[in-house]
Design a protein around this ligand. Structure first.
Ligand SMILES: [Zn+2]
Length: 281
């Protein structure tokens, strides 16, 4: 599932290829992909056609295109992916059966949206309407990991008295936006904290270490173009290369790259957690 670094990589690709793109034509192949106007592809197409993409923003795992009028929101969920096709390739490559939405500029260049699992969603936000009143999931998001408001003191306050495992807390989008399984596991390893540790028992100093580790791991992964762990592809179909650097994620049963101890795998909150019993306390 794409997490913050993957979504940020997609945002940069969209910004590169489609900032200032006039949307000439839109085709929706699957009504379920349209969350607003709910499962009304005709209204969605009508709203987007003739609009001009100005810039792409990201909030948590949400992508939001600021248009000359209104906004267009996208959540990739499990497997959503955008492909950018020059006019010749667009004409020569008919949509596959997982293609959900196609958008063209006046020169026939195409932004194609493909989603094998079909959980991805798109929203049209009419002009003058606050984005979070239509994309209601935005209302529940905590601060961005890179936001100055997200620091050790914030974590200390939010986690005070909590017996919830720190891993589960990190996955909670209301605590911090955009962190998923990969980066929670990797940052807990980098901070030397076991995923099962009750959140409220972690000292301010260790929360500071965790905060720094999380920011560093996310920044490194954005720099590497997202991870290779998922089906993630950027707009040109390229996989990221963070995978080569994973310390614990999906390494259960293998040797710790730092100390040689066997990496453990534990299920927490329905998700697999990977950690080193010697490096993490
Ligand atoms: Zn170790």
């Amino acid at each position: 599932m794409p997490e913050l670094p993957e979504v940020e990589t997609v945002r940069r690709g969209l910004q590169q290829h489609t900032a200032a793109m006039p949307i000439a034509r839109v085709v929706v192949h699957r009504a379920r992909a349209i969350a607003a106007p709910r499962q009304d592809p005709a209204a969605f197409c009508l709203a987007l056609q003739g609009r001009l993409v100005q810039q792409w923003l990201r909030r948590g795992k949400y992508l939001i295109a600021q248009l000359d009028q209104g906004h267009w929101g996208v959540h990739l969920r499990m497997t959503g992916q955008f492909l950018w096709l020059e006019a010749e390739r667009s004409a020569g490559h008919p949509p596959c059966r997982h293609t959900r939405v196609q958008l063209w500029d006046p020169d026939g260049r195409e932004l194609r949206f493909i989603d094998t699992r079909s959980f991805a969603e798109m929203w049209w936000v009419p002009p003058g309407k606050p984005v979070e009143t239509v994309i209601t999931g935005l209302q529940r998001l905590g601060p961005e990991p890179f936001d100055p408001a997200f620091d050790a003191a914030y974590l200390k306050g939010k986690l005070k008295g909590s017996s919830r495992p720190i891993k589960n807390a990190l996955l909670d989008q209301a605590l911090v936006a955009g962190v998923g399984n990969i980066y929670a596991d990797e940052s807990l390893f980098a901070a030397g904290i076991r995923p099962t540790t009750p959140s409220g028992r972690i000292s301010a100093a260790r929360l500071e270490t965790l905060h720094q580790a999380l920011v560093r791991v996310l920044e490194q992964s954005i720099g590497a173009g997202g991870t290779t762990f998922s089906d993630f592809r950027d707009l040109t179909g390229t996989n990221g290369n963070y995978g080569g650097m994973a310390w614990v994620y999906r390494r259960g049963g293998q040797s710790c790259r730092r100390c040689g101890e066997t990496i453990r795998r534990t299920t927490l909150g329905g998700r697999s957690s990977h950690w080193c019993p010697s490096c993490q306390h």
